[in-house]
Design a protein around this ligand. Structure first.
Ligand SMILES: Cc1cc2nc3c(=O)[nH]c(=O)nc-3n(C[C@H](O)[C@H](O)[C@H](O)COP(=O)(O)OP(=O)(O)OC[C@H]3O[C@@H](n4cnc5c(N)ncnc54)[C@H](O)[C@@H]3O)c2cc1C
Length: 282
């Protein structure tokens, strides 16, 4: 059907009496970049809730992600750890397997990309549920996967003097990468919500960085501890805020920042996953 203002759903004349002669347009989405096959060549259990995987393969030669806090899409073995990789097809709107099932594709932060040697690393939160978490929990050395991307990252204005990075465990890889990437002159405050104090993910040491960690209470919705900490967090003029985590929590954070006088133009808020919904960050 035609989407011009003059068209009617039944294809008849518009309310102005004109018949639309525009060519009918199928609303197809441009396919994302091709999947590149890779193998899990190293597994490093960094904490009880975070595992780092190194992916490598000839197809990854040329794969780069120069911006920090960027994204890649990871296609997992269909039947779980140790099973063969099956590539889905693009149906004009999304990837599907031949039997119409949805493939297990999840979004992660590309770390230490090495386009020359065809390597990239990812860190996966072991939250206990979901195709990605269960697969990574099995420490799937030797499994074949496929990678697509990268998606855009976060490159702060070079004039920024003070950044506030806020997130939960899923944002730890991006926060760590930003801490390594930012020029030393930038002061960085970090507010991080973790699920388990003992499984505290380590961030790279950096001068001019202050980290506030808050532990999520078991019965609270995700992000509640982070939001409480953000009520108290000093917000100086001109601070730029980057936040990522559970979608509803970061939307509440966006509202809180507005109420505390931080303009939208100085906030970047990204929903990385949705409470109770599988594959929602992809
Ligand atoms: C740009 C971007 C970058 C990201 N980078 C990373 C990264 O580097 N590392 C990383 O681990 N994640 C990252 N994520 C988040 C990740 O894509 C999601 O958490 C993903 O849904 C996990 O897939 P799963 O198969 O484990 O769980 P799903 O099958 O998607 O979900 C199953 C259940 O688990 C819940 N769930 C999903 N994720 C979490 C979580 N983190 N904590 C608690 N419960 C959860 C869901 O609400 C659902 O109820 C990123 C997301 C985006 C959009």
């Amino acid at each position: 059907m035609c989407w011009c203002a003059d068209s009617r759903r039944d294809g008849g004349p518009s309310r102005h009496g004109r018949v639309c002669h525009h060519r009918s347009v199928d609303r197809l989405r441009r396919p994302p970049p091709d999947f590149r096959r890779a193998e899990v060549v190293a597994v490093d259990r960094r904490t009880p809730r975070l595992v780092r995987l190194t992916l490598a393969g000839d197809d990854l030669v040329g794969f780069d992600a120069p911006e920090p806090a960027a994204s890649l899409r990871l296609l997992l073995p269909r039947e779980g750890p140790g099973t063969p990789l099956e590539l889905p097809s693009w149906n004009g709107n999304e990837f599907r397997f031949a039997d119409d099932a949805r493939p297990p594709i999840r979004t992660l932060t590309p770390l230490s990309p090495d386009p020359e040697h065809g390597r990239v690393e990812v860190e996966v939160v072991l939250h206990g549920d979901g195709a990605l978490s269960r697969w990574a929990e099995a420490e799937p050395l030797g499994d074949e996967v496929a990678v697509s991307g990268p998606g855009r990252g976060f490159v702060p204005d070079p004039e920024v003097a003070r950044l506030l990075l806020v997130g939960d465990e899923s944002a730890v890889p991006a926060v760590g990468q930003l801490l390594e990437w930012l020029p030393p002159a930038v002061h960085v405050d970090v507010v991080l919500e973790v699920v388990d104090d003992d499984a505290e993910p380590s961030l790279p040491g950096r001068d001019g960085t202050e980290v506030v960690r808050c532990v999520a209470a078991p019965d609270d919705p995700p992000g509640a501890a982070m939001l409480a900490a953000m009520q108290e967090q000093p917000l100086i003029d001109d601070v730029v805020v980057w936040a990522a985590g559970e979608a509803a929590a970061v939307q509440k954070l966006r509202k809180l920042l507005g109420e505390r006088g931080v303009p939208r133009s100085r906030t970047v808020v990204r929903g990385y996953w949705k409470h109770g919904r599988a594959g929602a960050g992809s």
